[in-house]
Design a binder for this molecule. Structure first.
Ligand SMILES: [Cu+2]
Length: 186
């Protein structure tokens, strides 16, 4: 074996080690990402599955009509409850305060629909029988379109709602009397 061969062997060993290390690092990063997403409920579908009877939404429980809309919680957060059905969302205009942690809880009364809030990364499927939960926070006041983003039969393209983000003080004054808020008809 000449000195040159020995030098080549050393180069090969070094290169192989380097690529082996890179492969192991990639695998470790992927494992950490999967663990992080699982712990923070950011996987789709989520590990924590909540079921609900879609035929009885309007009769009792969390998604009766009088409970739909925006609820002001005691801890300063806000919960929005909504349903999708062929071919509208209830409420059709969701009212939320700016710069506030918001929990969106939604489900479908018939077929698969989707909620997508334009200009944000909020995008979730509404599957009959399951409750979809998503967290959001709006940095600026203003209106966002909220189209159904899952083809749900021939009226699909006409199915859309709106999200209106308003000033915190205005929201607080409207929430004073309790009940559920929305911006339908405004
Ligand atoms: Cu739809």
């Amino acid at each position: 074996m000449t000195a040159e061969d020995a030098h080549d062997d050393a180069t090969i060993v070094r290169t192989e080690r380097r690529w082996a290390t890179i492969s192991v690092v990639i695998i470790v990063v992927l494992i950490l990402l999967a663990a992080f997403a699982g712990i923070h409920q950011a996987t789709m579908p989520q590990g924590r599955v909540e079921t609900i009877d879609p035929t009885r939404l309007h009769l009792s429980g969390e998604f009766v009509e009088s409970n739909l809309g925006t609820a002001n919680e005691a801890d300063g957060t806000v919960t929005v409850r909504a349903i999708g059905q062929q071919y509208s969302f209830t409420p059709a205009c969701i009212l939320v305060p700016v710069d506030t942690p918001i929990k969106l809880r939604a489900t479908s009364a018939d077929v698969v629909h989707g909620i997508l809030i334009q200009g944000t990364n909020v995008n979730t499927m509404l599957v009959p029988g399951y409750v979809s939960e998503q967290f959001m926070r709006f940095e600026k006041t203003g209106d966002h379109l909220m189209p159904c983003q899952e083809f749900c039969s021939f009226g699909h393209e006409g199915m859309w709602g709106k999200v209106r983000v308003i000033d915190k003080a205005e929201f607080a004054s409207r929430a004073k009397n309790g009940g559920r808020l929305s911006c339908v008809g405004e």
